[in-house]
Design a protein around this ligand. Structure first.
Ligand SMILES: Cc1cc2nc3c(=O)[nH]c(=O)nc-3n(C[C@H](O)[C@H](O)[C@H](O)COP(=O)(O)OP(=O)(O)OC[C@H]3O[C@@H](n4cnc5c(N)ncnc54)[C@H](O)[C@@H]3O)c2cc1C
Length: 489
């Protein structure tokens, strides 16, 4: 607990760092920061004590020093589009909001990197370097809103990650404020580094190890040609088999996305993108590269889709048509609001060949729990995003949705998948982490966390299962290893 005087003193100290205008401490202003894009069961409950919007890395460091000196938790926040409750201040404390830090500090075409501030919107980076012939490859469907810092912290994926890899493949180095109050760089522009891969440890650490204040990101050359195809299918199964056939043929599309009939209905009502309403599933397939190769692959993909019962294969003939097809995919989640007041978005992953079985199981869950489930997902990666539609005011619906979600996770893990495809662990999935990791695995991770953050002040209550604090996990690990006559942590 913090007294009124201590709170006033804290606000004075933070205002001294960033200026009065950039400290939010009134309950109405702070209510904005109670939410991210995760389910309201997580978001909406916890309010930070204070939110601070620094403008420079040094200000982030000084804000963190003030918070740490008061023993207060620190939660970093980008755009708040996270779907796992990662940017929620579960224990109050100081929220550091990075949205004022949006500069592109350097674009180095020779070494193909850019240094950017963490609050920069993902799409703004690609847009501003497009005329130089480069783009930033990780492209979450939220890329018009989400920040690069959030992408790094969540190791985000996106449609183009099938070919280009997830965020971790595009981060060369990071400037970070560590829990000891220091501001430091890890990694850098050279291809090989020695010692521990601390950049690798920070990417995907969900704000639990430090606050990212700059990112050195890899730039990718804009391909010579981009071709977008829409293929419609009479069943999800035939569409899934087409996905496997395309990859097995040695073709690696830039993206390979699937949408089911429910999603198509909602998207068409909202945007009239030209998705066929009589299809049980559509694949949105993007090919990129040298013009000649793309033409060859386009023919092969069309043939493989037809061999797997495609009703129609359409190639977008203009950039505007390509954009319209993509608009439907990228805005799909929001359009499902037309079908139900609420949805619970599950994020899980299976080996690609297990997609038909997983989709079957989703169909079974829909029938068994009497829940409409829409599917829109990165099929090429086996990364599923079933959206379970419900009305939170109808008794029993939330419970059924949560039970169906748990059953799906268990199915995907059994099939060789994992608990999160790309949205991170945050608060939502932390208990599920023990489904894929042993206590010893978790304790090893907790050892890393503690070596960065011994007081466990950075983004508490995220990633690690509820039942254990990191300290307890570390103790368990020590006990386990001492029994074996070893000592590690
Ligand atoms: C419609 C929609 C579509 C989406 N599609 C995708 C998709 O295709 N692929 C995908 O991977 N995700 C997707 N997401 C999820 C989300 O957009 C991504 O996880 C995104 O990277 C979050 O960025 P953000 O700036 O909003 O982060 P926030 O939500 O603000 O924060 C997310 C996490 O990162 C931490 N964090 C943020 N900034 C920093 C920083 N500077 N330093 C340290 N930690 C920090 C936070 O503490 C939190 O744990 C989607 C979300 C929506 C709403």
């Amino acid at each position: 607990m913090i007294t009124a005087e201590e709170r006033a003193e804290l606000i004075r100290a933070l205002s001294g760092v960033v200026g009065d205008a950039h400290v939010v401490s009134d309950p109405a202003g702070l209510s904005v920061y109670q939410y991210d894009a995760s389910d309201e069961a997580i978001a909406g409950i916890h309010q930070p004590l204070v939110a601070v919007l620094p403008a420079t890395a040094e200000e982030v460091r000084d804000v963190a020093r003030v918070a740490v000196a008061c023993g207060l938790p620190i939660v970093a926040r980008g755009a708040g589009t996270g779907l796992a409750g990662g940017a929620i201040a579960s224990r109050g404390g100081v929220m550091i909001v990075l949205t004022r830090m949006t500069d592109i500090i350097e674009v180095n075409e020779t070494d193909r990197y850019a240094i950017v501030e963490p609050g920069l919107i993902n799409l703004d980076l690609s847009t501003s370097i497009a005329d130089r012939g480069y783009f930033f490859a990780p492209d979450p469907a939220s890329q018009r809103a989400c920040s690069i810092g959030g992408n790094v912290a969540n190791n985000s994926g996106g449609p183009h990650c099938l070919k280009y890899g997830v965020t971790s493949n595009h981060i060369l180095g990071l400037e970070v404020v560590l829990p000891d109050g220091s501001l430091t760089w890890v990694g850098g522009p050279s291809a090989e580094t020695s010692g521990y891969d601390l950049t690798g440890a920070l990417v995907g650490s969900e704000g639990t190890l430090g606050v990212i204040t700059k990112a050195m990101v890899r730039l990718t050359r804009t391909p010579e040609t981009v071709s977008v195809l829409l293929a419609s299918f009479p069943s999800m199964e035939s569409a899934s088999r087409a996905v496997t056939a395309i990859i097995a043929d040695g073709i690696l599309p830039a993206s390979l996305e699937m949408m089911d009939a429910l999603t198509i209905t909602a998207v068409e009502a909202a945007f009239s993108c030209g998705y066929p309403l009589d299809a049980a599933a559509v694949l949105l397939i993007e090919l990129d590269g040298l013009t000649e190769t793309v033409a060859e692959h386009r023919d092969a993909v069309a043939r493989l889709c037809s061999q797997h019962d495609a009703q129609q294969v359409r190639v977008a003939t203009t950039k505007a048509e390509q954009d319209l097809l993509w608009l439907g995919r990228k805005a799909a989640f929001g359009t499902l609001g037309r079908l139900a007041p609420n949805y619970y978005l599950q994020d899980t992953v299976v080996p690609r060949t297990k997609l038909p079985a997983a989709l079957d199981f989703i169909g079974y869950l829909s029938r068994n729990f009497d829940i409409q489930i829409a599917n829109v997902f990165h099929a090429g990666d086996g990364n599923l995003h079933p959206l379970m539609l419900f009305d939170r005011y109808r008794p029993g619906q939330i419970q059924r949705v949560l039970e169906a979600g748990d059953a799906l996770l268990a199915h995907c893990i059994d099939a060789g998948g994992s608990v999160s495809g790309e949205h991170g662990i945050g608060m939502e999935k932390k208990d599920a982490l023990s489904l894929v990791f042993t206590t010893n695995d978790l304790a090893a991770m907790a050892g890393l966390k503690r070596s960065f953050d011994p007081r466990e002040l950075f983004n508490p209550d995220k990633v690690f299962p509820t039942a254990f604090s990191c300290g307890e996990l570390t103790n368990l690990k020590q006990q386990a290893l001492e029994v074996d006559g070893m000592y590690v942590v």
